[in-house]
Ligand binder design. Structure first.
Ligand code: HEM
Length: 150
């Protein structure tokens, strides 16, 4: 996969098999609000706050029955060293974008030495729900690339 994105972006494809499925279903993928395509993945713009990114990707298929929105991904680091990824709660996109859902936990990551790190990502229950209750908790998503100085 080619991943070319502006420095400082979070680059993530969500889940390759999900993207393929939406394509097979002749669905639409809209990339807006600060996100852009980065090869097969999506690049979300950095904001003034570290590890908080802006941009929206909307998957739409089956005549509107499938609507999955991944908006403004943030990486959150917990005191115990674990990391997770949250997005705007899709049920609150137009009413209160401060409402967020943690959709993935991130596994151990090592800095790549070029100002980025890559972390494996695994679905939480909220992530299972976001993607339509088809996958299970702990299922692996695409690897997340994000800025990391070390
Ligand atoms: C009219 C409604 C729907 C139909 C007819 C439908 C049909 C299908 C079919 C046939 C598959 C197997 C596809 C394949 O492997 O090529 C599939 C997989 C899947 N569907 Fe749907 N679906 C519908 C609605 C939804 C909705 C509403 C969601 C999520 C919000 C969803 C999420 C998924 C996911 C995540 C997969 C697994 C894709 C993968 O990783 O292989 N579907 N669906």
């Amino acid at each position: 996969m080619t991943e070319q994105a502006a420095a400082g972006a979070l680059v993530w494809g969500v889940k390759a098999s999900f993207r393929d499925y939406v394509r097979r279903a002749e669905g639409e993928v809209k990339i807006t609000a600060g996100a852009e395509a980065a090869g097969d993945a999506f690049a979300f713009t950095p904001t003034d706050e570290k590890l908080k990114f802006a941009g929206e990707v909307d998957f739409d298929a089956h005549g509107g029955m499938l609507k999955v929105t991944v908006a403004d991904p943030w990486i959150e680091l917990a005191d115990d060293g674990s990391a997770s990824l949250s997005v705007v709660n899709p049920a609150r996109l137009t009413t209160d974008r401060s409402q967020r859902l943690t959709i993935a936990t991130l596994g151990d990551f090592t800095p790549a030495g070029d100002g980025t790190a890559k972390a494996p990502a695994y679905l939480t229950m909220n992530g299972v729900w976001l993607l339509g209750n088809v996958y299970g908790p702990g299922d692996e998503l695409d690897t997340v690339t994000f800025p990391w100085d070390a």
